[in-house]
Design a protein. Structure first.
Length: 268
């Protein structure tokens, strides 16, 4: 039997330290979760979520966008880990067109869309052939039409169709005309049209009050509740549950209620 050789204690310690340094130092570092939002209320709320998550050991970076298209593209491309800006019908419509592997993982806020006007105090005062502006994406355009139908100003072939368009209008007694614009630009067009359907985040950026200034609007229920979305491959990862829990915290609920006073309400 040969003799056993023992390494000097100092040399063994040096090997241990070297091995520890070579082990995945990155794995010990907390992952920064990049969450895409549209500028305005969604960004404000995510900043509160970010602080709550940081206290719980989950670093979040809030990434702001100015439109509704890029946040899903950025998520699908791996430039984000999650986004928070859209309702589920919009996400489903995007997926149907692009085949992106994105999924809903939690509810966020409800923000009833409404019609605004610089020219009229009541929607019933709009004249025949009034020009109405509406978002040019299918789901938010459908929301606009559903609001009109719910208040009896038009009729739709299927009032529940979340991608209804103007071709689905079956009754239009006042012969309203419609112009479809990018959602982010509609508030700027308000002086040039008789009324416009504007998403709450863009309305608030334009100085409009979604509680007091709307002529007609949605109810809080329905399919248009906003969501958190991630890539399908990530949906079961621990950080996703941490993100959702941070969003659904009492601190975030209290902030939404105090800051937005009914323009946005917690949906969880």
């Amino acid at each position: 039997m040969g003799q056993r050789r023992f390494l000097p204690a100092s040399f063994a310690l040096a090997l241990f330290v070297a091995a520890a340094l070579l082990l995945p130092a990155r794995a010990a570092e907390p992952q920064v979760i990049r969450v895409g939002v549209t500028a305005g209320p969604h960004a404000e709320i995510l900043d509160v979520v970010r602080k709550i998550a940081a206290e719980r050991g989950l670093p979040i970076k809030v990434v702001e966008f100015t439109d509704y298209v890029i946040p899903n593209q950025a998520l699908a491309n791996g430039d984000l880990e999650a986004n928070s800006f859209q309702h589920e019908p919009y996400l489903k419509n995007q997926i149907a067109k692009t085949k992106w592997k994105l999924v809903k993982v939690g509810l966020t806020i409800a923000s009833p869309m409404g019609f605004y006007s610089k020219k009229y105090k009541s929607f019933g005062d709009l004249p025949d052939r009034a020009l109405l502006a509406m978002p040019n994406d299918p789901t938010n355009g459908a929301r606009s039409l559903q609001i009109l139908a719910a208040h009896g100003f038009i009729a739709l072939r299927d009032p529940t169709n979340v991608i209804a368009s103007v071709v689905d209008i079956t009754t239009n007694p006042k012969r309203y005309r419609f112009i479809e614009l990018d959602a982010a630009q509609i508030s700027r067009s308000l002086p040039d049209v008789d009324a416009a359907a504007i998403n709450n985040n863009y309305a608030m950026q334009a100085g409009l009050d979604p509680v007091r200034d709307t002529l007609i609007k949605e109810t809080h229920d329905g399919p248009w509740v906003n969501i958190l979305a991630v890539r399908e491959e990530d949906k079961d990862k621990p950080w996703v549950a941490q993100l959702v829990d941070a969003y659904h915290s009492d601190a975030v609920r209290d902030f939404v209620l105090a800051r937005f006073k009914g323009a946005y309400v917690p949906a969880w």
